[in-house]
Ligand binder design. Structure first.
Ligand SMILES: [Zn+2]
Length: 450
């Protein structure tokens, strides 16, 4: 009897755990510009505008978008053909099993955020297809969560809608448009939709006041990109979306990287950005040196890495005591809903303090950050170690190419010894510092992050 009860409980709990990932078909409502009243509030998925809007090319895009929303201005060479194509492609993508899982999350998040919501409203996603190909400007789709931003309320048939997915298409140079056969083949639309829908869900989970509080913290003018250090608010919104993107992208297409190559300083947001996120590359600056603690909580790519590890690798103990690999998405959603973080630092602290997995997440955070948010001494040692490693690689290359290698042998031995000594020191000390950090209050792990 006891065994039977245990087995029944186990099944019930597993069913509950799976409920969060059950496929659910979204109800897509395509809206035209005339039906969305003054909805344009920014660009790039953050209510009220994001850092993207501050770069000249994107400000231009913002103007084009808002203009066409008001007047349905046709900017493409053949807008009617393109619009039709866009709609059918969007529908096609949403029908995939993969997207059904993502839209199932949207529905579950809404049920959490709005307890009295009808089933139909939970599943409804408003999509504004945008009839232009912006060959000269070069950017793609966006979500427009307008919830909480009074000036940019959207209504549909007299009803206020929480957010609108804006599907504009773009081709730039060698980069294909969003719904080109090439992009479809490489699942670009799924990546982008997972990203944008995460923005929408984040907006659903936060109260209006906290969305405003988050917006008010935006101070950066450098814009948004996976490799940028901007501010805690952008790092929060974009880090979450890019972390989800890296997680679902891994399931969808493994370690595949897009065959694109562009100047990352300007158009990096169109580059394949999932591999650097998965490999924790954004904890380091362009010289390969560890970022400071203060910069790490403003680096969306680093926040994305932490979210990626959380959702795909880190252990989470369910209420029945079973530990699974990778936190259920809905547990992260619940944390955001309950703790209302408005910047990356608050999000990370909420995760580190979580009762069912916060301890392992703290260990991982210390590892990913190289303890740079915890200790200046740790970061200094980490910088010296990496510099010694770089110097060693340099002499190794020289030696490899040298006509008479013997002349370099002494320096080679010296650099090797330096590198080994520092690596040994780092291994010992970082372990000791990590233990010390974990013994204290977990919020202290971010004491140098501001
Ligand atoms: Zn975004």
């Amino acid at each position: 009897m006891k065994t039977l009860l245990a087995a029944t409980l186990l099944l019930t709990n597993l069913a509950a755990a799976n409920a969060a990932t059950l496929s659910e078909e979204a109800k897509l409502v395509f809206v035209s510009a005339s039906r969305v009243n003054n909805s344009y509030g920014g660009f790039g998925g953050i209510p009220g505008g994001s850092g993207l809007g501050t770069t000249p090319s994107c400000r231009l895009l913002g103007n084009i978008l808002s203009l066409s929303l008001d007047k349905s201005v046709a900017l493409a060479d053949d807008p009617s053909r393109h619009q039709k194509d866009m709609k059918s492609r969007v529908e096609e993508v949403f029908r995939s099993a993969f997207m059904r899982e993502i839209t199932g999350r949207v529905a579950n998040v809404r049920r959490l955020a709005y307890p009295n919501i009808s089933d139909e409203d939970a599943r409804t996603i408003y999509v504004l297809t945008h009839d232009c190909t912006l060959d000269a400007v070069g950017t793609g789709p966006a979500v427009m969560p307008i919830k909480g931003n009074g000036a940019f309320k959207a209504t549909y048939h007299g009803k206020t809608v929480p957010w609108v997915l804006v599907m504009s298409d773009a081709a730039w140079g060698k980069i294909d448009g969003f719904v080109s056969p090439h992009s479809m083949k490489y699942h670009v639309p799924e990546d982008v939709l997972a990203h944008e829908l995460t923005h929408g869900m984040t907006a659903d989970l936060l109260t209006d006041a906290n969305i405003k509080r988050s917006n008010d913290q935006k101070t950066s003018k450098v814009g948004h990109d996976v490799n940028r250090v901007s501010d805690g608010s952008i790092a929060f919104w974009e880090g979450l979306a890019e972390g989800v993107e890296a997680t679902v992208g891994e399931t969808l297409k493994g370690a595949f990287a897009y065959p694109f190559s562009m100047d990352p300083g300007v158009y990096g947001f169109l580059l394949e950005r999932q591999s650097p996120v998965r490999n924790n590359k954004m904890a380091f600056d362009e010289k390969g040196l560890p970022r400071t603690g203060g910069d790490l909580v403003k680096a969306e790519g680093f926040v994305a890495t932490f979210i990626f590890k959380l959702l795909s690798r880190l252990p989470y103990t369910l209420s029945n005591g079973i530990t699974i690999r990778g936190w259920p998405f809905m547990e992260v959603a619940r944390l955001i809903h309950d703790q209302q973080p408005t910047n990356a630092r608050e999000l990370i602290v909420a995760v580190l303090n979580a009762p069912n997995g916060g301890e392992k997440a703290s260990e991982e955070f210390l590892r990913l950050s190289g303890l740079a948010t915890y200790s200046r001494e740790a970061r200094a040692l980490s910088v010296s170690t990496i510099k010694a490693r770089q110097a060693f690689y340099e002499i190794s290359d020289k030696l490899h190419d040298a006509a008479s290698p013997d002349q370099l042998a002494v320096e080679y031995a010296k650099r090797l010894a330096e590198k080994n000594a520092l690596e040994k020191q780092w291994a010992e000390k970082s372990e000791q510092w990590a233990k010390e950090a974990l013994a204290g209050a977990r919020g202290n792990i971010l004491r140098l992050a501001y």
